[in-house]
Write a protein that binds this ligand. Structure first.
Ligand SMILES: Nc1nc2c(c(=O)[nH]1)N[C@H]1C(S)=C(S)[C@@H](COP(=O)(O)OP(=O)(O)OC[C@H]3O[C@@H](n4cnc5c(N)ncnc54)[C@H](O)[C@@H]3O)O[C@H]1N2
Ligand code: MOO
Ligand SMILES: [Mg+2]
Length: 421
């Protein structure tokens, strides 16, 4: 199995993996904990919004009919019967020839059907007994009608939407102190490789510090999972099987780094040959990260990423992020795909699609994709600059400057967008 692997496309690999993932169950959290979570249920408007007719201006509430003859030269004079602040309940209903001084956000008095701003009256600043209205108003003019924005019973947030700042605003408006969200998936994480040193260990010949675990842990948390860090795993298959059996009991999915290639000590590759392991894939038509592997063991999916930091990073974005998001209930788990012009020629041919790390810029109103040429799978110094992957299709001779390329951005949407696959 190590050397005879069946190659599949990125899309097929994703399809196989996603088929093994189920959305977590619902839990309720306080609204202050809901930011970034995924809604588990549709939530409805418990009232109209606004829930009373109100003024969007500082001015005078009037009966439009009383202003019909008003002009700047011949203002109509109305008797001021009350001043209404935001939060007040008006005490006086307007009758013919009357107006109420009213502030932005305040409730309209009964009988009023229009509001004129102070600036269109004779003495805007004064608390006058009679106000001079300088123009005619239409019925309903400058009135925020009850239910004008949202009607009671309408869906305000849908299941599968990620809670962003705007979601908090609408939930708060409707008094949802408890929010039904999808339970965060527990994502186990470990690195393989005896060459790995911990962060506080001095360098030793032949050894390197473990950078993948911290990188992946941050990415998992950012994607909406709870990273559970396990100790590095030795390259011994027997020990690894025992350790994995224990770890898998505690997690929904396990992510590993390293040991997926054809080397003598590639323990995750060896694991896929075990009779109790169900292989999902171990060879993908992509660069870097072609040996990225996924399997199911003891009923739990394991996503085994390449140890090479660049390939590990790409493997996370292509497979782990969508997996974490699917488990978290996100409806639209795919990276955002855009087309951009390639900023510089990339002439290297490749038998498989190549995912170049890079970033997007704008020039003359067009989007340009700038590849990071520090793109060797083992390089990690510029991972921090990456905001997208630029897809160079297989074959041919790469892409020329200015040619349109497909770009997968890392940032993920918080709600289901129309028209994007
Ligand atoms: N004969 C072949 N050799 C290799 C092939 C191949 O097809 N035939 N594929 C290459 C490709 S492509 C990749 S990608 C790597 C995959 O390697 P593994 O996933 O098996 O990872 P390791 O061998 O464990 O490590 C690779 C590299 O990454 C460093 N590493 C590992 N873990 C970490 C970590 N946690 N933090 C930082 N760096 C890490 C490790 O020291 C190695 O340098 O295989 C190629 N070989
Ligand atoms: O695909 Mo590997 O990630 O080239 O080194
Ligand atoms: Mg290896």
């Amino acid at each position: 199995m190590r050397f005879s692997r069946q190659m599949i496309t990125v899309e097929e690999a994703l399809h196989r993996l996603m088929g093994r993932l189920r959305v977590q169950e619902k839990e309720e959290v306080h609204i202050t904990e809901a930011y970034g979570r995924t809604m588990a249920e549709d939530v409805y408007a418990t009232d109209d919004l606004p829930h009373f007719d109100r003024s969007p201006l500082d001015g005078y509430a009037v009966r439009a009919i009383d202003t019909a003859l008003a002009t700047p030269e011949l203002p109509v004079r109305l008797k001021v019967v009350e001043t209404i602040a935001a939060g007040d309940v008006p005490a006086v209903a307007l009758t013919e020839g009357c107006a109420s001084r009213i502030m932005t956000g305040a409730m309209l008095p009964a009988g009023a059907d229009a509001v004129i701003m102070f600036e269109q009256t004779e003495q805007p600043a004064a608390l006058v007994a009679e106000v001079g209205i300088k123009r005619a108003l239409r019925q309903g003019e400058n009135v925020s009608r009850r239910g004008g924005e949202i009607a009671q019973g309408a869906v305000i947030v849908r299941a599968g939407e990620k809670v962003n700042a705007g979601t908090l605003a609408i939930l708060a408006t409707y008094g949802y102190a408890r929010v039904p969200v999808v339970r965060k998936p527990r994502i186990g994480l470990l690195s393989t490789g005896v060459e790995l040193l911990d962060i506080d260990q001095p360098l030793q010949p032949g050894k390197i510090r473990n950078s993948n675990t911290l990188m992946l842990s941050a990415l998992i948390a950012e994607a909406g999972g709870i990273p559970l860090l396990f100790p590095n795993m030795p390259d011994d298959l027997g020990v690894a099987k025992g350790a994995l059996a224990e770890h898998l009991k505690k997690v929904d999915v396990l992510v590993t780094s390293g040991g997926v290639s054809v080397g003598d000590y590639d323990v995750m590759a060896a694991l896929t040959d075990e009779p109790d392991a169900e292989l999902l894939f171990n060879r993908i038509a992509m660069r870097p990260g072609s040996p990225t592997t996924a399997l199911v063991l003891h009923g739990k999916p394991i996503i085994a990423l390449s140890g090479n930091p660049g390939a590990c990073f790409l493997g996370f974005e292509l497979f782990v992020r969508p997996a974490v998001q699917k488990l978290s209930g996100v409806q639209d788990v795919w990276s955002r795909k855009v087309k951009a012009r390639l900023a510089v020629t990339y002439a290297k041919p490749c038998p498989y699609p190549r995912y170049l790390r890079g970033w997007l810029t704008e020039k003359d109103g067009f989007l340009y994709a700038q590849p990071d040429f520090n793109e060797k799978a083992g390089n990690l110094g510029t991972l921090k600059n990456s905001e997208c992957f630029i897809v160079i299709p297989a074959g041919g001779s790469g892409k020329r400057e200015g040619e349109l390329v497909e770009v997968l951005t890392h940032t993920t949407p918080s709600w289901k967008r129309e028209g994007l696959s």
